[in-house]
Write a protein that binds this ligand. Structure first.
Ligand code: ADP
Length: 578
């Protein structure tokens, strides 16, 4: 800024003074604009509107003196920075000068004014103002810059915060997505493993079904062979029996062969019935009191002969003395299991021998059958208990059998509270064993009286036989006639009831439960209603589970399954007729 462009405000109540000032300044600093005011208030208004570079202010003025004007100027921040030079005529008044400075004036000039000093002061003050303005401007610029920057920073911060929030939100979403993805993966994994399991199960089921199908076909083929073989024996030797010039020994030998073959057939049939019962879940344990050693000795007797025929040693070991071997268990199932194991041992052993027996171990009886036979390889370990399964298959079979024995035995042992296990070395032999809970019999057991061979006579007794099969009736008739019985025969239920009502002398009824017209149960019921103490013995060829119970429920005194053994029949008649 050049001095020429200065703007000076002069405030003085004396117009002459103002004129002088204007002239002096215009002369000393050409181009300077001098604004004037004749009183303080006008001066303040002009200061505000014109923003002069310097204010020359007379102290002594009416209404508002210079000191008051100066104070007002310095109080207003819009104009407080304009340098004020106080003018006074009281040159020597020191106190006034001090007051002027206290009121905020920057300089002081005494009247009459020294022009040089005035101009110098004016210039100095103008410079001060200029630099003050500059400073203020810089400050203002800085402040605006700072506030601009602050705003920018705030904006940036805001944006950054927003960005952070967005990032956090995105992170959160990402995490949620990750969790959802993991859950999805887990579900997928589960689904895949479930599907794999189902597939594996299906493959197992398919293999089982195929294996079962294969086994059934093999079984049917075997069965045909297993049935035809004894049938062949029975038919062939029965034909031979017709020969007129047979010796007594020959006849007895043929009868033994026929009987053996019949037993074999019967065995197959009862195996089939047993396996059906097992599959239908109808196996029930019927425990009775019996002497274990008697059972073991009977088996020993039966099998030692067969072993001797193959030149095999046969040893029985009993784990309890005769006085302590009375037990409570399912005798017929235990016998069947041991017979199956012994039959296999005999069948698969060609040299050496068989050792069987039992031991008492804590609270269980452990049974075993050990042989020195062909043994079983590890690959067949599981399969041998499967129904119909045999190591041998196809036409080249040398051992025979139906593949049912172990499966039945295993089910029976499980039913009695045990499990069959075995150890085997191929080529050296096998040891099958199982244990059952040892339960002593509560009642004493009288040894079974041996059937005397002498002829039992039922002279004077009358028996009604209800039987629709002519052969079956013939057999019963022949057996019983020998024992001097009076025999009445009915072919069906109605005839039976008719005869029964006409013959009060009937002492016992032998009643076939399967008749063409009326069920055996009903007939028994009707007869017993009339004669409650009449002994009725039920007979049936079905040997299915429940028949025995049905007969006993109907009030029958006993039950005989066909084929009826004459010994069992006579024993019952002896019991109930006398
Ligand atoms: P089966 O004897 O009528 O064939 P099983 O169910 O009793 O039926 O036996 C199944 C198969 O287990 C037999 O065919 C045989 O291959 C094998 N097996 C059973 N017992 C023995 C044994 N003591 N020694 C060798 N193999 C045996």
């Amino acid at each position: 800024m050049s001095i020429k462009e200065l703007k000076i405000l002069a405030i003085d109540d004396n117009q002459d003074n103002l004129t002088t000032l204007r002239a002096v300044i215009a002369d000393a600093i050409p181009g300077t604009k001098v604004i004037t005011a004749l009183d303080g208030n006008t001066g303040i208004i002009l200061a505000l509107s014109e923003n002069p570079d310097v204010i020359l202010l007379d102290i002594v003025m009416p209404v508002l003196d210079g000191l008051s004007v100066c104070r007002l100027l310095k109080q207003d921040t819009r104009i407080s920075q304009i340098p004020v030079i106080m003018l006074t005529a009281l040159k020597t008044d020191r106190a006034t000068r001090i007051k002027a400075l206290e009121a905020g004036a920057e300089a002081f000039l005494a009247k009459p004014l020294d022009e040089v000093e005035l101009i110098a002061q004016v210039k100095t003050m103008a410079k001060i103002k200029e630099s003050a303005d500059l400073q203020r401007m810089e400050k203002a610029e800085l402040a605006s810059l700072a506030s601009e920057r602050t705003l920018e920073i705030e904006k940036e911060l805001k944006e950054r915060r927003k960005a952070e929030e967005e990032l956090q939100e995105a992170n959160q979403k990402l995490r949620q997505t990750q969790v959802a993805t993991l859950e999805l993966l887990e579900e997928l994994r589960k689904e895949i493993s479930a599907r794999e399991k189902t597939e594996a199960d299906l493959i197992i089921a398919k293999n089982k079904a195929e294996e079962s199908d294969r086994l059934k076909s093999a079984f049917l083929a075997n069965m045909s062979h297993e049935i035809r073989t004894p049938m062949n024996g029975i038919i062939g030797f029965s034909e031979l029996l017709k020969e007129p010039d047979l010796s007594l020994e020959e006849r007895d030998r043929y009868i033994v062969v026929i009987n053996d073959n019949c037993q074999q057939l019967l065995h197959i049939i009862s195996d089939i019935i047993d396996i059906s019962k097992i599959e239908a879940g109808q196996v029930e344990t019927i425990p009775v009191d019996f002497r274990l050693n008697t059972l073991m000795e009977t088996l020993d007797e039966n099998y030692s002969q067969k072993a001797a025929a193959k030149s095999l040693k046969f040893i029985l070991r009993k784990g309890l003395g005769n006085e302590e071997c009375n037990i409570h268990a399912d005798q017929s199932k235990l016998r069947q299991v041991l017979e199956n194991l012994l039959t296999n041992a005999l069948k698969f052993t060609h040299a050496g021998g068989i050792d069987f027996g039992y031991n008492l171990k804590d609270t269980r009886l452990e049974f075993y059958v050990k042989d020195t036979g062909i043994g079983i390889s590890d690959e067949h370990r599981q399969a041998i208990f499967d129904r119909f399964w045999q190591v041998e298959s196809g036409l080249a079979r040398q051992y025979g059998g139906t593949g049912l024995g172990l499966s039945i035995s295993n089910a029976f042992v499980k039913n009695m509270g045990g499990e069959i296990t075995f150890e085997s070395v191929p080529g050296s032999g096998s040891r099958f064993s199982f244990s059952l809970p040892f339960s002593r019999s509560v009642s004493g057991i009288a040894p079974k009286p041996a059937m005397k061979k002498e002829t039992i006579s039922f002279k004077g007794k009358t028996i009604l036989i209800v039987e629709d099969e002519p052969d079956n009736f013939d057999l019963l008739n022949i057996i019983l006639r020998r024992h001097s019985l009076q025999i009445l025969h009915a072919w069906d239920g109605n005839e039976a009831l008719q005869i029964f009502s006409e013959h009060e002398e009937i002492d016992l009824v032998l009643l076939d439960f399967k008749l063409p017209d009326i069920p055996g149960q009903e007939i028994a019921g009707k007869m017993l209603k009339i004669r409650p103490y009449l002994p009725v013995i039920a007979t049936t060829a079905y040997a299915m589970s429940g028949d025995r119970e049905k007969a006993l429920q109907a009030g029958c005194i006993s039950y005989l399954s066909k084929p009826i053994h004459s010994e069992d029949l006579l024993s019952d008649l002896k019991k109930y007729l006398n």
